[in-house]
Ligand binder design. Structure first.
Ligand code: SF4
Ligand code: SF4
Length: 353
Protein backbone atom coordinates (compact mmCIF):
# COMPACT_ATOMS: atom_id res chain seq x y z
CA UNK A 1 0.00 0.00 0.00
CA UNK A 2 2.85 2.34 0.77
CA UNK A 3 4.23 1.97 -2.75
CA UNK A 4 0.84 2.93 -4.14
CA UNK A 5 0.67 6.01 -1.91
CA UNK A 6 4.18 7.11 -2.93
CA UNK A 7 3.38 6.61 -6.61
CA UNK A 8 0.17 8.61 -6.28
CA UNK A 9 1.98 11.43 -4.43
CA UNK A 10 4.58 11.64 -7.19
CA UNK A 11 1.87 11.62 -9.87
CA UNK A 12 0.12 14.50 -8.10
CA UNK A 13 3.33 16.54 -8.26
CA UNK A 14 4.72 16.27 -4.72
CA UNK A 15 8.50 16.35 -4.75
CA UNK A 16 9.04 14.09 -1.75
CA UNK A 17 6.75 11.86 0.28
CA UNK A 18 7.88 10.07 3.43
CA UNK A 19 6.09 8.33 6.25
CA UNK A 20 6.47 8.29 10.02
CA UNK A 21 4.40 6.75 12.76
CA UNK A 22 1.92 8.78 14.78
CA UNK A 23 3.93 9.08 17.99
CA UNK A 24 4.42 12.61 19.32
CA UNK A 25 7.56 14.45 18.24
CA UNK A 26 10.84 13.88 20.08
CA UNK A 27 11.43 17.55 20.93
CA UNK A 28 8.44 17.97 23.22
CA UNK A 29 10.48 19.30 26.17
CA UNK A 30 12.41 21.78 24.01
CA UNK A 31 9.13 23.00 22.47
CA UNK A 32 7.53 23.51 25.90
CA UNK A 33 10.64 25.40 27.09
CA UNK A 34 10.60 27.60 23.99
CA UNK A 35 6.98 28.49 24.65
CA UNK A 36 7.57 29.07 28.37
CA UNK A 37 10.33 31.56 27.50
CA UNK A 38 7.92 33.48 25.26
CA UNK A 39 10.06 33.01 22.14
CA UNK A 40 6.96 32.49 19.99
CA UNK A 41 6.11 36.18 20.40
CA UNK A 42 2.46 36.91 19.62
CA UNK A 43 1.76 33.52 18.03
CA UNK A 44 -0.67 32.59 20.81
CA UNK A 45 -2.16 29.76 18.72
CA UNK A 46 1.03 27.79 19.36
CA UNK A 47 0.32 27.86 23.08
CA UNK A 48 -3.36 27.07 22.63
CA UNK A 49 -2.61 24.00 20.53
CA UNK A 50 0.58 22.89 22.31
CA UNK A 51 -0.73 19.63 23.79
CA UNK A 52 -2.32 18.56 20.52
CA UNK A 53 0.90 19.40 18.68
CA UNK A 54 2.72 17.02 20.98
CA UNK A 55 0.16 14.24 20.66
CA UNK A 56 -1.22 13.46 17.16
CA UNK A 57 -3.75 11.07 18.71
CA UNK A 58 -5.54 14.10 20.17
CA UNK A 59 -5.82 15.53 16.65
CA UNK A 60 -7.00 12.31 15.00
CA UNK A 61 -7.96 9.56 17.48
CA UNK A 62 -6.62 6.23 16.25
CA UNK A 63 -3.97 7.86 14.03
CA UNK A 64 -1.34 5.32 12.94
CA UNK A 65 0.78 7.09 10.37
CA UNK A 66 1.72 10.55 9.17
CA UNK A 67 2.66 11.30 5.58
CA UNK A 68 5.03 14.25 5.14
CA UNK A 69 5.14 15.89 1.73
CA UNK A 70 7.73 18.34 0.45
CA UNK A 71 6.91 20.80 -2.33
CA UNK A 72 9.74 22.82 -3.84
CA UNK A 73 9.32 26.53 -4.58
CA UNK A 74 12.85 26.93 -5.92
CA UNK A 75 13.13 28.71 -9.27
CA UNK A 76 16.10 27.86 -11.41
CA UNK A 77 18.24 30.90 -11.94
CA UNK A 78 16.36 32.96 -9.35
CA UNK A 79 18.65 35.05 -7.27
CA UNK A 80 18.01 36.45 -3.88
CA UNK A 81 17.76 40.12 -3.17
CA UNK A 82 19.87 42.00 -5.63
CA UNK A 83 20.95 45.37 -4.27
CA UNK A 84 19.32 48.42 -5.82
CA UNK A 85 21.57 50.48 -8.04
CA UNK A 86 22.52 53.82 -6.63
CA UNK A 87 19.96 56.48 -7.55
CA UNK A 88 17.42 53.88 -8.72
CA UNK A 89 13.84 53.81 -7.48
CA UNK A 90 13.52 52.36 -3.96
CA UNK A 91 12.36 48.75 -4.11
CA UNK A 92 11.56 46.16 -1.46
CA UNK A 93 12.61 42.55 -1.05
CA UNK A 94 10.00 39.83 -0.75
CA UNK A 95 10.73 36.33 0.59
CA UNK A 96 10.96 33.83 -2.24
CA UNK A 97 7.97 31.76 -1.18
CA UNK A 98 5.76 34.87 -1.27
CA UNK A 99 6.56 35.51 -4.94
CA UNK A 100 3.87 32.92 -5.71
CA UNK A 101 0.14 32.62 -5.25
CA UNK A 102 -0.81 31.57 -1.73
CA UNK A 103 0.55 28.04 -1.36
CA UNK A 104 -2.41 26.99 0.74
CA UNK A 105 -4.61 27.53 -2.31
CA UNK A 106 -2.17 25.96 -4.76
CA UNK A 107 -1.41 22.86 -2.71
CA UNK A 108 -4.85 22.27 -1.17
CA UNK A 109 -6.37 20.39 -4.16
CA UNK A 110 -3.51 17.87 -4.70
CA UNK A 111 -3.28 17.31 -0.94
CA UNK A 112 -7.03 16.60 -0.75
CA UNK A 113 -6.71 14.23 -3.70
CA UNK A 114 -3.95 12.31 -1.92
CA UNK A 115 -5.95 12.16 1.32
CA UNK A 116 -8.95 10.74 -0.55
CA UNK A 117 -6.68 8.19 -2.23
CA UNK A 118 -5.36 7.09 1.18
CA UNK A 119 -8.90 6.71 2.51
CA UNK A 120 -9.97 4.64 -0.49
CA UNK A 121 -6.89 2.48 -0.19
CA UNK A 122 -7.54 1.85 3.52
CA UNK A 123 -11.18 1.01 2.89
CA UNK A 124 -14.22 1.50 5.10
CA UNK A 125 -13.45 3.19 8.42
CA UNK A 126 -10.13 4.76 7.33
CA UNK A 127 -9.97 8.38 8.41
CA UNK A 128 -7.39 10.98 7.44
CA UNK A 129 -6.76 14.69 7.93
CA UNK A 130 -4.67 16.93 5.70
CA UNK A 131 -2.71 20.03 6.62
CA UNK A 132 -0.60 22.50 4.76
CA UNK A 133 1.24 24.43 7.43
CA UNK A 134 -1.91 25.16 9.43
CA UNK A 135 -2.49 21.98 11.43
CA UNK A 136 -1.89 21.51 15.14
CA UNK A 137 1.11 19.26 14.56
CA UNK A 138 4.85 19.89 14.67
CA UNK A 139 5.44 19.16 11.00
CA UNK A 140 9.12 19.99 11.00
CA UNK A 141 9.97 17.53 13.77
CA UNK A 142 7.83 14.84 12.19
CA UNK A 143 9.39 15.50 8.78
CA UNK A 144 12.84 15.03 10.32
CA UNK A 145 11.71 11.71 11.80
CA UNK A 146 10.21 10.69 8.44
CA UNK A 147 13.51 11.43 6.69
CA UNK A 148 12.24 14.32 4.52
CA UNK A 149 15.16 16.34 5.77
CA UNK A 150 17.11 17.37 8.83
CA UNK A 151 16.53 20.40 11.03
CA UNK A 152 19.37 22.86 10.48
CA UNK A 153 20.90 25.27 12.97
CA UNK A 154 18.54 27.93 11.61
CA UNK A 155 15.69 25.66 12.83
CA UNK A 156 14.28 25.09 9.33
CA UNK A 157 14.18 21.81 7.52
CA UNK A 158 16.88 21.01 4.94
CA UNK A 159 16.49 18.31 2.33
CA UNK A 160 19.46 16.60 0.70
CA UNK A 161 17.34 16.51 -2.45
CA UNK A 162 15.69 19.97 -2.36
CA UNK A 163 17.91 22.24 -0.26
CA UNK A 164 16.05 24.81 1.86
CA UNK A 165 13.30 25.97 -0.52
CA UNK A 166 10.23 23.86 0.07
CA UNK A 167 6.86 23.76 1.80
CA UNK A 168 5.68 20.92 3.96
CA UNK A 169 2.29 19.28 3.81
CA UNK A 170 1.06 16.44 5.98
CA UNK A 171 -1.65 13.79 6.14
CA UNK A 172 -2.54 12.08 9.40
CA UNK A 173 -4.23 8.78 8.84
CA UNK A 174 -5.57 5.75 10.67
CA UNK A 175 -4.05 3.65 7.89
CA UNK A 176 -0.88 1.89 8.97
CA UNK A 177 2.02 2.42 6.59
CA UNK A 178 5.64 1.40 7.04
CA UNK A 179 7.65 4.28 8.54
CA UNK A 180 10.81 5.60 6.86
CA UNK A 181 14.16 6.09 8.57
CA UNK A 182 14.80 9.41 10.30
CA UNK A 183 17.16 11.99 8.80
CA UNK A 184 20.64 12.62 10.20
CA UNK A 185 21.82 16.10 11.27
CA UNK A 186 24.30 17.36 8.69
CA UNK A 187 25.24 20.93 9.61
CA UNK A 188 28.63 19.82 10.88
CA UNK A 189 30.80 22.80 11.86
CA UNK A 190 29.00 25.25 9.55
CA UNK A 191 27.55 28.36 11.19
CA UNK A 192 26.78 30.46 8.11
CA UNK A 193 23.11 30.99 8.97
CA UNK A 194 23.88 32.31 12.45
CA UNK A 195 26.35 34.81 11.00
CA UNK A 196 23.93 35.87 8.23
CA UNK A 197 20.95 36.71 10.44
CA UNK A 198 20.59 40.52 10.45
CA UNK A 199 18.83 40.68 13.83
CA UNK A 200 20.58 37.93 15.81
CA UNK A 201 17.33 35.96 15.96
CA UNK A 202 19.16 32.62 15.91
CA UNK A 203 20.37 33.01 19.47
CA UNK A 204 22.28 29.73 19.40
CA UNK A 205 22.29 26.72 17.06
CA UNK A 206 18.79 25.23 16.73
CA UNK A 207 17.20 28.06 18.72
CA UNK A 208 15.17 30.87 17.18
CA UNK A 209 13.80 33.86 19.05
CA UNK A 210 10.80 34.59 16.82
CA UNK A 211 10.42 38.02 18.44
CA UNK A 212 13.63 39.12 16.66
CA UNK A 213 13.01 37.31 13.37
CA UNK A 214 12.17 39.52 10.37
CA UNK A 215 9.87 36.84 8.96
CA UNK A 216 7.82 36.98 12.14
CA UNK A 217 7.99 40.76 12.49
CA UNK A 218 6.91 41.49 8.91
CA UNK A 219 4.23 38.79 8.54
CA UNK A 220 2.89 37.34 11.79
CA UNK A 221 3.39 40.27 14.11
CA UNK A 222 0.32 42.50 14.22
CA UNK A 223 1.51 45.58 16.09
CA UNK A 224 4.33 48.09 16.04
CA UNK A 225 7.78 46.79 15.08
CA UNK A 226 10.26 47.36 17.93
CA UNK A 227 12.18 50.54 17.08
CA UNK A 228 15.58 49.01 17.83
CA UNK A 229 15.01 46.27 15.21
CA UNK A 230 13.74 48.51 12.39
CA UNK A 231 17.14 49.51 10.95
CA UNK A 232 18.22 45.85 10.63
CA UNK A 233 15.13 45.07 8.58
CA UNK A 234 16.68 46.99 5.70
CA UNK A 235 14.58 46.71 2.54
CA UNK A 236 12.81 43.45 3.46
CA UNK A 237 9.08 44.11 3.31
CA UNK A 238 7.64 40.61 3.57
CA UNK A 239 9.64 37.83 5.19
CA UNK A 240 13.36 37.18 5.14
CA UNK A 241 15.42 34.50 3.42
CA UNK A 242 18.91 35.35 4.62
CA UNK A 243 19.50 32.29 6.80
CA UNK A 244 18.07 29.98 4.13
CA UNK A 245 19.93 31.60 1.24
CA UNK A 246 23.42 31.13 2.72
CA UNK A 247 22.94 27.44 3.46
CA UNK A 248 25.35 25.32 1.39
CA UNK A 249 22.74 22.57 1.00
CA UNK A 250 20.95 24.75 -1.56
CA UNK A 251 23.27 23.28 -4.17
CA UNK A 252 20.74 20.46 -4.27
CA UNK A 253 17.73 22.75 -4.79
CA UNK A 254 15.60 21.91 -7.81
CA UNK A 255 12.36 23.20 -9.24
CA UNK A 256 9.12 21.42 -8.52
CA UNK A 257 6.05 21.15 -10.69
CA UNK A 258 3.32 22.33 -8.32
CA UNK A 259 4.56 25.84 -7.54
CA UNK A 260 6.08 26.61 -10.94
CA UNK A 261 2.86 27.89 -12.44
CA UNK A 262 1.93 29.82 -9.31
CA UNK A 263 4.88 32.20 -9.75
CA UNK A 264 3.92 35.90 -9.78
CA UNK A 265 6.13 38.00 -12.04
CA UNK A 266 6.73 41.48 -10.64
CA UNK A 267 6.68 40.44 -6.98
CA UNK A 268 10.47 40.14 -6.69
CA UNK A 269 11.34 43.81 -6.23
CA UNK A 270 8.16 45.92 -5.97
CA UNK A 271 8.32 49.71 -5.90
CA UNK A 272 8.08 50.92 -2.29
CA UNK A 273 6.53 54.27 -3.14
CA UNK A 274 3.81 52.60 -5.23
CA UNK A 275 3.02 50.19 -2.40
CA UNK A 276 2.83 52.98 0.14
CA UNK A 277 0.26 54.77 -2.03
CA UNK A 278 -2.21 51.86 -2.04
CA UNK A 279 -5.61 52.30 -0.46
CA UNK A 280 -7.59 49.39 0.93
CA UNK A 281 -9.45 48.66 -2.32
CA UNK A 282 -6.26 48.69 -4.40
CA UNK A 283 -4.55 46.40 -1.92
CA UNK A 284 -7.40 43.91 -2.04
CA UNK A 285 -7.33 43.70 -5.82
CA UNK A 286 -3.53 43.63 -6.14
CA UNK A 287 -2.92 40.95 -3.50
CA UNK A 288 -6.00 38.74 -3.64
CA UNK A 289 -4.99 35.09 -3.36
CA UNK A 290 -1.39 35.89 -2.35
CA UNK A 291 0.47 35.45 0.94
CA UNK A 292 0.31 39.24 1.45
CA UNK A 293 -3.31 38.96 2.54
CA UNK A 294 -2.00 37.55 5.83
CA UNK A 295 -0.26 40.82 6.74
CA UNK A 296 -3.20 42.91 5.47
CA UNK A 297 -2.72 46.42 4.10
CA UNK A 298 -1.84 47.81 7.51
CA UNK A 299 0.94 45.27 8.08
CA UNK A 300 2.41 45.57 4.59
CA UNK A 301 2.42 49.38 4.57
CA UNK A 302 3.97 49.37 8.05
CA UNK A 303 6.82 47.26 6.62
CA UNK A 304 7.09 49.44 3.52
CA UNK A 305 7.41 52.56 5.68
CA UNK A 306 10.26 50.95 7.62
CA UNK A 307 12.03 49.98 4.40
CA UNK A 308 11.63 53.50 3.02
CA UNK A 309 13.04 54.94 6.24
CA UNK A 310 16.03 52.68 5.83
CA UNK A 311 16.79 54.01 2.33
CA UNK A 312 17.92 57.35 3.77
CA UNK A 313 16.70 58.80 0.44
CA UNK A 314 15.10 62.25 0.65
CA UNK A 315 13.17 61.63 -2.57
CA UNK A 316 10.75 59.31 -0.75
CA UNK A 317 9.84 61.88 1.92
CA UNK A 318 6.84 63.19 0.04
CA UNK A 319 5.25 59.72 -0.07
CA UNK A 320 6.06 59.21 3.61
CA UNK A 321 4.55 62.55 4.58
CA UNK A 322 1.28 61.50 2.91
CA UNK A 323 1.43 58.15 4.75
CA UNK A 324 2.01 59.96 8.06
CA UNK A 325 -1.60 61.13 7.69
CA UNK A 326 -2.92 57.63 6.96
CA UNK A 327 -6.15 56.79 8.82
CA UNK A 328 -4.49 53.58 10.02
CA UNK A 329 -2.44 54.59 13.11
CA UNK A 330 0.05 51.73 12.64
CA UNK A 331 0.98 52.98 9.16
CA UNK A 332 1.08 56.63 10.24
CA UNK A 333 3.40 55.88 13.20
CA UNK A 334 5.90 53.94 11.08
CA UNK A 335 5.82 56.62 8.39
CA UNK A 336 6.67 59.28 11.01
CA UNK A 337 9.54 57.13 12.24
CA UNK A 338 10.80 56.77 8.68
CA UNK A 339 10.69 60.54 8.08
CA UNK A 340 12.67 61.18 11.24
CA UNK A 341 15.22 58.51 10.29
CA UNK A 342 15.79 59.97 6.84
CA UNK A 343 16.05 63.51 8.17
CA UNK A 344 18.45 62.42 10.92
CA UNK A 345 20.69 60.89 8.24
CA UNK A 346 20.67 64.10 6.22
CA UNK A 347 18.05 63.16 3.60
CA UNK A 348 16.26 66.24 2.32
CA UNK A 349 12.57 66.60 1.61
CA UNK A 350 11.57 65.59 -1.90
CA UNK A 351 9.33 68.65 -2.10
CA UNK A 352 12.15 71.08 -1.44
CA UNK A 353 14.40 69.58 -4.10
S1 SF4 B 1 14.49 34.65 8.59
FE1 SF4 B 1 15.96 36.36 8.63
S2 SF4 B 1 15.68 37.34 10.63
FE2 SF4 B 1 14.68 35.29 10.73
S3 SF4 B 1 16.25 33.95 11.56
FE3 SF4 B 1 16.45 33.84 9.33
S4 SF4 B 1 17.98 35.40 8.81
FE4 SF4 B 1 17.28 35.82 10.89
S1 SF4 C 1 23.81 27.38 6.93
FE1 SF4 C 1 25.14 25.77 7.76
S2 SF4 C 1 24.63 25.71 9.96
FE2 SF4 C 1 22.99 26.82 8.93
S3 SF4 C 1 21.45 25.27 8.50
FE3 SF4 C 1 22.74 25.39 6.66
S4 SF4 C 1 24.32 23.83 6.97
FE4 SF4 C 1 23.34 24.17 8.94
Amino acid sequence: MKEQVLARAAALGFDLCRVTDARGPEHADAFRRWLAEGMHGGMAYLERTAERRLNPDLVLPGAQSILLLAISYHRSGSGGAEASEEGAEARGVVARYARHRDYHHVLGPPLSALREFVNELGGVGTRSLEYIDTGPILERDLAHRAGVGFIGKHTNLISRELGNWFFLGSILTTLQLEPDAAAVHRCGTCTRCLAACPTGAITEPFRLDARRCISYLTIEHRGSIPVELRPAIGDRIFGCDDCLAVCPWNRFAREGRLMREAYLPGFDRPSLVELLGMDEATFRVAFRGTPFERAKRRGLLRNVAVALGNTGDGRVLEALERAAGDPEPLVAEHARWAIERIQARGGKSGRSE
